[in-house]
Design a protein around this ligand. Structure first.
Ligand code: NAI
Length: 344
């Protein structure tokens, strides 16, 4: 089988080449992202393989179908960039539901520690032989309350890490896990209490119409003054303009962002020679208490290996049997867990 692999980065190729060769799947590596302007590049391929910032809108899906492309293999977990309702009945959407929850959860903690212990400032100072400690005072995580929104695979690993630091955990999830709360240090609650009580809030839920701008001006106003916001999930969970205002008003004490609502034209690329047009992102980056990484949380050797292995297995299983446990239904559920009865 032949697949057009969009938005290729050098670190993607080795594992996909190895696993693809082992299963007879040939990848054509393209640097461009998939969108309406580039979809023609998929002509002649059995499927396309895409990542988080490729645009799989209704017109793109229609064009793929007209060209006979029948498989959309996502090499990521999130699928908010795919018009799932339109895809239903037209193209089979396969994804990698989990590749390393540790990669993302550990990155979230790395950002948090960097921020609250001012490591980003200290690193720059010591390179300039400035060994002053003024302005570097942090705070202990031990005994603090962390609010975790989304207690799925990544959220739960993050909670384990936080418990290792002796933190109290407040959780919010639309579908709370039955085996997580311990009645003492880990407890489910409503968003209002989570906002009110948390010293740190970390987002680990998917982006859906319901969670779009979950953290907005109203939410920030309901938070503890000085709250630290962590977003390693999806950019549009946070209203960035409201976040900027809350930081300026000293309501939000610090923010660590691995994702950003308007990231798709910027993240993963070297823009150092360009003038940044996005004033909100530029202003956020200019803040001493904001750390931005460019959707890097997934990027570990283990995750890259798992992504390639699962993506290739998804394609091979589907082509051999017409079935794949990681196919998504129109609601975005895994087809085999889905109760919608409409998966095709
Ligand atoms: P998961 O599916 O295991 O967990 C998501 C949790 O969110 C579930 O427990 C679900 O019940 C909950 N949820 C769904 N709707 C909700 C709502 N309206 N309010 C509160 N909770 C809700 O997903 P996983 O693997 O833990 O990933 C979480 C997110 O992390 C993904 O959706 C993706 O956006 C992001 N991600 C980011 C990466 C990065 O490199 N920065 C890499 C991988 C994932």
């Amino acid at each position: 089988m032949k697949f057009a692999f969009f938005d290729t980065k050098p670190y993607d190729r080795p594992a996909f080449e190895t696993h693809g060769a082992a299963r007879g799947i040939e990848f054509k590596f393209l640097e461009t992202k998939l969108c309406e302007d580039t979809v023609e590049l998929a002509r002649g391929f059995d499927g396309v393989c895409v990542f988080v910032n490729d645009t799989v809108s209704a017109p793109v899906i229609d064009r793929l179908c007209e060209m006979g492309v029948r498989i959309l293999a996502l090499r990521c977990a999130g699928f908010n960039n795919v018009d799932m309702r339109h895809a239903f009945g037209r193209i089979h959407v396969l994804r990698v539901p989990a590749y390393s929850p540790y990669a993302v959860a550990e990155h979230a903690m790395a950002l948090l520690l960097t921020s609250i212990r001012r490591i980003h400032k200290a690193y720059i100072r010591s390179r300039d032989y400035n060994f002053s400690l003024s302005g570097l005072t942090g705070f202990d995580l031990h005994g603090k309350t962390v609010g975790v929104i989304g207690t799925g695979r990544i959220g739960r690993v993050f909670i384990d890490i936080c418990r290792g630091f002796g933190m109290r955990v407040l959780c919010y999830d639309k579908f709370p896990a039955k085996d997580l709360a311990d009645g003492e240090n880990i407890r489910y609650t409503e968003l209002a209490e989570l906002f009110r009580e948390s010293d740190i809030i970390s987002l680990h839920c998917p982006l859906t119409p319901e969670t779009h701008h979950l953290l907005n001006a109203e939410a920030f106003a309901a938070c503890k003054k000085g709250v630290v916001i962590l977003n390693t999930s999806r950019g549009a969970l946070v209203n960035a303009e409201d976040l900027l205002s809350a930081i300026k008003a000293r309501q939000v004490g610090a923010a660590c962002l691995d994702v950003y609502e308007e990231e798709s034209d910027l993240f993963f690329e070297d823009n150092s020679g360009h003038i940044l047009e996005d004033d909100i992102l530029a202003r956020l980056i200019s803040m001493p208490n904001v750390i931005v990484t460019s959707h890097q949380a997934f990027l570990t050797e283990e995750a890259l290996e798992n992504i390639a292995e699962t993506t290739v297995r998804n394609i091979a299983d589907f082509s051999a049997t017409g079935h794949c446990e990681n196919e998504l239904c129109w609601r975005g559920s895994a087809a085999e867990d889905c109760k919608c009865g409409k998966c095709f």
